[in-house]
Design a protein around this ligand. Structure first.
Ligand SMILES: C[S@@+](CC[C@H](N)C(=O)[O-])C[C@H]1O[C@@H](n2cnc3c(N)ncnc32)[C@H](O)[C@@H]1O
Length: 301
């Protein structure tokens, strides 16, 4: 702690946005923090920290680098940087903001930091895979509401059900629904998997469920320990939730409705557990992968 505080203050000479970003990014690299909560490198994370504190829009980009920061601003950057490094807190839990599919969302430790590669599929409006008109969508395990809200934005005529078993997560989700003025089309429901929507049928069911297996849970970088365990842990092989989804999803779908589920690196365990299921794995340009798609008829086979 002492050493880092000294490093932060001994660089107090850095006062422009660009110089402070450089110093923060060096500190993040030296401290060997884990990147994986919205950014994948030190520079982008440092830029988000400095832009957040200085109230600069990211759209200003490098044009803002020569702007001078006030001593108060620099002190606040240092304070958050020290917490990021020493507590291993993911940056979005310090800034309370995360970006997903072009939306800015409020986040705190009640929800997983949104980062699903499903964002890219939503922005493409699930083309070319969806074969029917999309009137309603279900987001199972919605957390902050990220996927549900991205879907509501991408399909402006569709209604969206956002389900989660965690009451705490749903409080955050409701806050985001209100902030984005989507309350008329996004319904937020407490539900253990599909329990609250018995009898309904959706054109698309999308889910980023918990899928981390027991061994992997033990070895996760410290940053992930700040995230709700309910959002990550899924039994011995990581498939507890996915098994339930695969067991019942077709009852909530039309024959050509689309099921889209992220399983990340639990893909191998899934293929071993369901060797005959005709999973489709769309290519995801932004990286991440591990997302499968199925229609209801695929699951009948
Ligand atoms: C990996 S997080 C995904 C959150 C959000 N969809 C995202 O992509 O950022 C999984 C979510 O599933 C929820 N969840 C866990 N078990 C559940 C269950 N049995 N029924 C409904 N939701 C559940 C967790 O509370 C958590 O919010």
């Amino acid at each position: 702690m002492h050493q880092l505080s000294h490093r932060a203050s001994s660089n107090a000479g850095a006062t422009t946005v660009g110089a402070v970003i450089r110093r923060c990014s060096q500190t993040l690299l030296q401290a060997r923090v884990h990147f994986g909560h919205g950014t994948d490198n030190a520079w982008d994370e440092a830029a988000e920290l400095v832009f957040y504190v200085a109230g600069i829009a990211h759209s200003k980009g490098s044009n803002a680098y020569l702007k001078n920061l006030t001593p108060r601003c620099i002190a606040r950057v240092n304070e958050l940087l020290l917490r990021r490094v020493h507590e291993r807190l993911p940056l979005p839990y310090l800034t309370h903001r995360a970006y997903f599919a072009g939306l800015e969302l409020y986040v705190d430790e009640r929800v997983l930091v949104p980062r699903s590669p499903i964002a890219e599929l939503v922005l493409a409006r699930f083309r070319p895979w969806i074969k029917r008109r999309v009137r309603n969508i279900l987001d199972l395990g919605t957390g902050s509401g990220a996927i549900a809200l991205a879907c509501a934005t991408a399909f402006p005529k569709a209604s969206v059900d956002a389900l989660d078993i965690s009451v705490a997560a749903l409080q955050v989700c409701r806050r985001n629904v209100r902030a984005l003025r989507l309350s008329e089309r996004v319904r937020v429901l407490k539900s253990d998997h599909f329990a609250a929507v018995e009898g309904r049928c959706y054109d698309i069911i999308v889910s980023n469920p918990p899928y981390v297996g027991r061994a992997e849970m033990r070895n996760l970088p410290s940053e992930y320990r700040h995230e709700p365990r309910l959002g990550l842990a899924a039994g011995a092989d990581g498939l507890d939730s996915v098994r339930k989804i695969l067991g019942s999803a077709r009852h909530y779908m039309h024959a050509n409705s689309l099921l889209v589920v992220e399983v990340g690196n639990t893909e191998g365990a899934l293929l071993r557990a369901f060797p005959r299921m005709p999973f489709v794995w769309p290519e995801i340009a932004m990286g991440g992968g591990g997302v499968f798609m199925l229609t209801a008829s695929d699951m009948e086979k």
